[in-house]
Design a protein around this ligand. Structure first.
Ligand code: LAC
Length: 224
């Protein structure tokens, strides 16, 4: 295998964004799951709209805007305390059950690891530190420095620039299918973690590898 480093997406790939359903349920009974799902969809929607239109705002602000919108849409009264509670939960998202062990095992194989995230540095550093993952990564790369969200090529280009490797030499791992597609278009070697057993997007491109958890990424390196 020609892969010399692995870069992970953060939200949804290493950290469980849908755990926010429980935080939301505590504030808005019966709405937790719906709120968490719509919040995520609107957040990503806004990243695309802002990048396409050249109106960048940090991911933290975009995430907050999406929360406010979705609560209005669901006719939920989001007071300042509730808003703060849910936004603060974004800084302490739990890792998936396998995340820590897989990162540790990849470290033991001396494969350089990095994160590329839409998250601006403050929020990205916070969630990585809260989970105790900072020791696993050589680089935490944020699209904030190019002011364009994924799937803009300029956002993906940060990774080869920082690592000094060609896109093909980098395994890009994401559980967000749209991100795995964007990364494949960009030229990375790609791995889609299909946690939700979803169909693949109809975009005429497929990732090099697929699996159902981060353990499948580790398995790839145990075979080679
Ligand atoms: C990220 C989001 C999009 O971490 O999952 O970039």
């Amino acid at each position: 295998m020609t892969v010399k480093a692995i870069v992970f997406d953060a939200y949804g790939t290493l950290f469980d964004i849908y755990s926010l359903a429980a935080n939301a349920e505590a504030l808005f009974p019966t709405y937790g799951k719906q709120l968490a799902e719509k919040w995520r969809d609107k957040q990503i929607d806004y990243t695309r709209l802002r990048t396409l239109s050249g109106h960048y705002k940090p991911f933290w602000d975009v995430t907050n805007d999406a929360l406010v919108f979705v609560c209005k849409q669901l006719k939920l009264n989001l007071n300042d305390d509730d808003e703060n509670t849910l936004m603060q939960a974004y800084l302490r998202l739990p890792g998936f059950s396998e995340s820590s062990n897989v990162l540790q095992a990849l470290n033991e194989k001396s494969i350089p690891l990095a994160i590329l995230s839409n998250g601006n540095p403050t929020m990205l550093n916070a969630v990585v530190q809260a989970a105790g993952y900072e020791k696993h990564f050589q680089h935490l790369i944020s699209v904030d420095s190019v002011q364009k969200f994924k799937t803009a090529p300029e956002a993906y280009q940060l990774v080869p620039d920082v690592l000094g490797l060609s896109p093909k030499e980098i395994l890009f791992v994401s559980s967000n299918c749209w991100d795995a597609c964007g990364a494949s278009w960009f030229g990375f070697t790609t791995f889609w973690i299909n946690r939700a057993h979803a169909p693949f997007e109809e975009l005429g491109i497929t990732p090099h590898y697929q699996g159902s958890s981060l353990r499948d990424v580790l398995a790839l390196f145990q075979q080679s």
